[in-house]
Design a protein around this ligand. Structure first.
Ligand SMILES: NC(=O)c1ccc[n+]([C@@H]2O[C@H](COP(=O)([O-])OP(=O)(O)OC[C@H]3O[C@@H](n4cnc5c(N)ncnc54)[C@H](O)[C@@H]3O)[C@@H](O)[C@H]2O)c1
Length: 389
């Protein structure tokens, strides 16, 4: 399935589809990109030319290689142009019924052995596949934004996906130079599930009045080695997107309190304070706005960092316990998908699972909120004095 002669189809030429097409063409495949909006197709084509020109100017890509990538991508105006594809990746609007409709139509166009993949961030692969006559060939192939730069890709078999399709898809994406991890078809897959406390616990610390945004961001960078603090990162991702992901994971987890969104972020969302793209989020990005300074108190900073980290480790441990992915894949996903400085389970071993279990239990007892419930895996490992690795 890593055969370069396989033609790749991409449906949707927005941010993700354009990036995925670039990655596949760079790997040497013939790529057909379809979008039902011709302006979006034109935009994608122009944007790719700009990106490649810039890479050539910076001498990161040879002119011939850039020309080759452009030659490999065809922008098509009909879904039926994808009939010769061996793998089609769908990256259209995040709407279940629209995706199901596109998959049903696609099934009548492509050959029997063509793999149908969705790049969905929040819908279940099983539900997308349920509208297909051959759900065994439907799979989740989840790239991160921007696809050409982010190394991680989550591979998500649905309930009916065949092993052959799973193995073949993984091999194909590996051959594109990406780092793939296998994830169970559950809300948020690995990254968007395990990362929730990075945002949620940081907001909670702010809501409880322990520290302001700048101090929490400083603490996570200074003591945790994270490249960005949670509030800077939410402002970069966009509070509309980040809030929606949080709310989606929470509702799909049958309102498990551990994933409960915050009113602080919801209000920003309602006020359209999306972050950098709207000029204001947790921070004000308008010209001349004052830059808030952190309170560089080491004891406070260490406390903030450890509270967020322990909640992240708890989430990673629970994902392992519930067989969402292997320990290696959970650690890889967080380092390659969201640039965490270390894998969370490796980090847990370094700190000591017993210590983490004690702190989480204390928080659970004090708050009496399900949010702080320690994973049963952490508790058992602490009792048995065992490590993840
Ligand atoms: N943006 C991200 O950070 C990100 C990351 C990972 C996954 N995703 C997922 O990738 C998918 C696409 O996201 P995006 O950010 O690229 O969206 P986008 O809005 O940038 O692009 C979507 C494109 O799909 C086209 N489209 C919509 N309906 C269509 C249809 N029926 N047939 C053909 N084309 C259609 C639109 O014209 C648009 O060009 C979503 O499922 C999203 O959840 C997004």
């Amino acid at each position: 399935m890593s055969d370069k002669r396989i033609t790749i189809g991409v449906i949707g030429s927005g941010a993700m589809g354009s990036g995925i097409a670039q990655v596949a063409a760079t790997a040497g495949h013939e790529v057909f990109v379809y979008d039902n909006n011709s302006a979006a197709l034109d935009k994608s084509k122009t944007a790719l030319q700009v990106v490649l020109n810039r890479l050539v100017e910076k001498q990161k890509l040879a002119k011939e290689a850039a020309d080759d990538i452009l030659k490999h991508i065809k922008y098509v105006s009909s879904l039926s142009d994808l009939k010769s594809c061996g793998l089609v990746v769908e990256a259209i609007i995040e709407n279940l019924s629209v995706k199901q409709k596109v998959f049903s139509e696609l099934e009548t166009i492509v050959q029997a052995e063509c793999i149908l993949a969705s790049n969905t961030s929040s819908l279940s692969i099983t539900s997308i596949a349920s509208g297909c006559t051959k759900p065994e060939r439907v799979i989740g192939i989840h790239f991160f934004n921007p696809a050409p730069l982010m190394p991680l890709v989550e591979i998500i078999p649905g309930l009916a996906t065949s092993d052959e399709v799973t193995v073949g898809s993984k091999k194909m994406i590996d051959s594109w130079g990406k780092t793939t991890v296998l994830a169970k078809d559950t809300p948020g897959f690995i990254v968007n599930r395990v990362a929730r406390p990075f945002y949620g616990e940081a907001i909670r610390i702010y809501e409880e009045g322990f520290a302001d945004f700048a101090t929490i961001d400083w603490a996570m960078k200074e003591f945790g080695g994270f490249k960005m603090g949670p509030f800077e990162l939410m402002d970069m991702i966009g509070n509309d997107i980040n809030y929606t992901v949080t709310e989606t994971v929470w509702t799909q987890m049958f309102f498990d309190q551990r994933y409960k969104p915050s009113l602080t972020q919801k209000r920003l969302f309602e006020a359209k304070r999306f972050g950098r793209k709207s000029g204001q989020g947790y921070y004000n990005y308008s010209e001349g706005a004052s830059i808030p300074q952190p309170k560089k108190d080491e004891e406070l900073g260490q406390g903030i960092f450890h509270r967020v980290l322990y909640m992240l480790i708890n989430e990673a441990a629970d994902a392992l316990y519930l067989k969402i992915a292997s320990k290696e894949d959970i650690d890889l996903a967080m380092t390659k998908g969201v640039n965490y400085p270390k894998g969370l389970l490796k980090w847990a071993d370094q700190i000591g699972v017993e210590k983490i279990s004690d702190v989480l239990q204390d928080m659970y007892d004090e708050y009496a909120e399900d949010r702080y419930r320690p994973s049963v895996l952490i508790k058992r490992m602490a009792a048995d004095k065992i490590t993840f690795y």
